[in-house]
Design a protein around this ligand. Structure first.
Ligand code: EPZ
Length: 432
């Protein structure tokens, strides 16, 4: 299996162009098939999650034309099947957005139960609550989620938990329901707003995305559109935090600085210099950072998808820090791996107590999930010596050209598969 091999110790310095937001692209691609006209989506990230969803969409019979790595033309006119089977949903859970899209358009959909990702149980009760409020039946049958509706009628829906997935999925179905829908206690992430903006560009009538209340007036049908996905706030944050961990100087380009406010303020709080420009942010770290406390919250709070990367920085900071994970119940699996690199972290339930050390030492680690993988790469970049990372498939789900971008910043990283290649790398970097 492919592994990353990294020689740490180099400050990461330079500029990196950020790609389209994976978690916006997944909802946008599902929305695109709700029209019977061509929808052109650009600035797609070329990552596995997006590529698997495009395969799942093609399986329904929709037209999927990949114009280039970052652009796809979709047309839902030729959809003949409303079933999304296990092959796709096992690989990535956001195929479940096809439930909301096909329920809204065809009043029927069957999608295999999403795998419980390894950061928590990942229930879908709020998705089903929203669909049922619109008049659909929702049941689990032979491992499939089956949703059906004679009519979809607008309703008032209060979400018991703030859920990005449920907000997007129910918004998809509601935009073709009859009458008005009011969704309360919704997620406000930039990717929720991006999906709503695409739907409105297709003729939907959605107001309030990005606030606590989304109001939708159903329309009869949606027309074609030409839309560009927003930049990925988590990819941008990952490189900003890589600068902080390696005493580097990185400018992330093609970003929306407003989406990064929480990350920028946290980096300044612990001692980084952060400069904001129209579509770029520069992070400089010249000295050892100091401790702080972090609590993950729905947007605009500190994003849970940046929690592992924050822990890596704090594990090298002066003093004791506290990281509280309030969104998922199992998102500290990377701590065991970081401990193997010398980190001093104690996990008590959903709280990690971190005593900063001066430097990690390189070793072999295993990647437990997507964002933890990115965090472990950052740790290896900051470590003394050579590290190898197994199970890097997780990382490819959400980061395009991750190794190449790190090399362009002065990182020493390669993809290897055999012991021979590992030895060759060690000889080359003088760490035998
Ligand atoms: C989305 O997952 C993202 N994935 C996640 O990013 C991200 O961590 C998460 O939102 C939070 O921001 C995609 O957008 C594809 P949620 P999602 O529904 O929608 C509970 C990454 O690394 N909940 O907002 O699954 C749930 O258990 C991934 O890119 C219910 O209880 O997250 C969690 O505790 C990882 N019932 C909380 O809500 C439901 O019906 C937030 O989950 C749905 C969710």
């Amino acid at each position: 299996m492919e592994q990353y091999i990294i020689k740490g110790g180099n400050p990461l310095v330079g500029e990196v162009v950020i790609g389209g937001a994976k978690n916006a692209a997944l909802g946008i691609l599902a929305a695109a098939i709700m029209s019977d006209e061509p929808v052109l989506i650009s600035n797609l990230p070329d990552v596995n999650d997006v590529n698997v969803l495009l395969e799942a969409i093609a399986e329904t019979g929709a037209v999927v034309e990949r114009k280039n790595r970052h652009t796809a033309l979709l047309n839902g006119r030729t959809i003949g099947s409303y079933v999304v089977n296990n092959n796709f949903i096992k690989k990535m859970r956001a195929s479940y957005y096809l439930l909301g899209a096909m329920l809204g358009k065809y009043h029927h959909a069957e999608v295999a139960l999403p795998g419980g990702c390894n950061i928590g149980s990942r229930p879908i009760d709020q998705h089903l609550k929203g669909f049922r409020a619109l008049g659909a039946t929702g049941k689990i049958q032979n491992g499939m989620i089956v949703v059906d509706a004679k009519r979809l009628v607008g309703a008032r829906i209060y979400f018991d938990k703030v859920s990005v997935g449920a907000t997007i999925n129910v918004m998809l179905a509601a935009c073709l329901a009859e009458g008005r829908t009011v969704m309360e206690n919704v997620a406000k992430e930039p990717h929720v707003v991006d999906v709503a903006n695409l739907l409105n560009s297709m003729g939907a009538n959605i107001r309030g995305a990005g606030t606590d209340v989304i109001r939708i007036t159903g329309v009869k049908s949606l027309h074609g559109a030409d839309y560009s996905v927003i930049p990925d706030q988590i990819e941008a944050g990952t490189f900003m935090f890589a600068a902080a961990a390696t005493r580097g100087d990185i400018t992330v380009k093609n970003v929306i600085p407003k989406h990064l406010d929480c990350l920028t303020s946290k980096l300044r709080e612990i001692g980084c210099e952060v400069s904001e420009f129209d579509d770029a942010v520069r992070v400089v770290c010249k000295k050892r950072l100091h401790s702080t406390s972090v609590n993950t919250m729905p947007y605009p709070g500190f994003p849970t998808d940046m929690q592992p990367q924050m822990s890596v920085i704090l594990a090298l900071a002066q003093g004791t820090s506290v990281v509280t994970e309030s969104i998922f119940e199992n998102r500290f699996r990377y701590v065991d791996e970081l401990t193997r690199m010398g980190a001093l972290i104690q996990v008590e339930g959903n709280i990690a107590i971190i005593n900063g050390i001066s430097q990690f030492s390189g070793t072999q680690v295993a990647v437990p999930d997507l964002r933890a993988g990115a965090a472990l790469v950052i740790a290896a970049m900051a470590a003394d010596g050579v590290s190898t990372l197994e199970d890097i498939e997780y990382i490819k789900r959400g980061y395009e050209d991750f190794a190449e971008k790190l090399v362009s910043l002065g990182g020493i990283i390669e993809i290897v598969e055999t012991e021979k290649e590992i030895q060759k790398f060690r000889l080359k970097v003088g760490c035998v």
